[in-house]
Design a protein around this ligand. Sequence first.
Ligand SMILES: Cc1cc2nc3c(=O)[nH]c(=O)nc-3n(C[C@H](O)[C@H](O)[C@H](O)COP(=O)(O)O)c2cc1C
Length: 202
Amino acid sequence: MVSRIIRENCGESVKVLGIYGSPRKGGNTELLLKELLRGCRDAGVEVEEVFLRDLKITPCLEIYACKKDGKCPIRDDMQLLYPKLVEVDALALASPVFFYAVSAHMKAFIDRCQALWARKYLLKQPISPGKPKRKGVFISVGGSKGSRIFEGPLLTMKYFFDSLDMIFYRSLLFREIDAPGEILEHPTAMAEAYALGKELAR
Ligand SMILES: Cc1cc2nc3c(=O)[nH]c(=O)nc-3n(C[C@H](O)[C@H](O)[C@H](O)COP(=O)(O)O)c2cc1C
């Protein structure tokens, strides 16, 4: 059974997919991504939202069937996401920092994109024919003020977006944001997210 996916059609050709990676409902990364997508909608683009915590996504099992045809044989909600990842013009991922990495929800999703990596690098197939300049953006927050907290997530995102044949266009990263909703007290974060959403529509 496929979990909640909200589709809002604003009638334009650009499509942005927002993927929420926090287990926490109404948390900081969720607030930021919602605001980014509000910017997209206001700019007239089609927006789709996926909450990973509502989906059943098994971690990669290293079956490697994807080496043959670029497809993952595991039958779960990830099958619903593959066609969307191929079709969208921009992808916005949001995850809190968990132990200097992305959340487990986000990591399971990313690892299952090994099938797309295989399509691109082993089978030499284009991921999204005719859409060479797709954009990927990453939103993250961490509770601490550590200078290196985003290093792991950023490296992961760099290679993830590359596998999807996307440019890693921009990241929005905020330190010392811990309690739920604390991001709302940040002087510029929500405005930055909204502005990036508008920019993605171009
Ligand atoms: C399991 C777990 C691991 C965490 N690891 C880190 C970390 O390594 N560095 C950090 O700065 N904050 C860490 N945090 C704090 C979260 O990044 C922070 O609370 C963030 O605001 C959560 O975002 P969310 O509301 O979108 O879920 C961790 C929190 C949890 C629950």
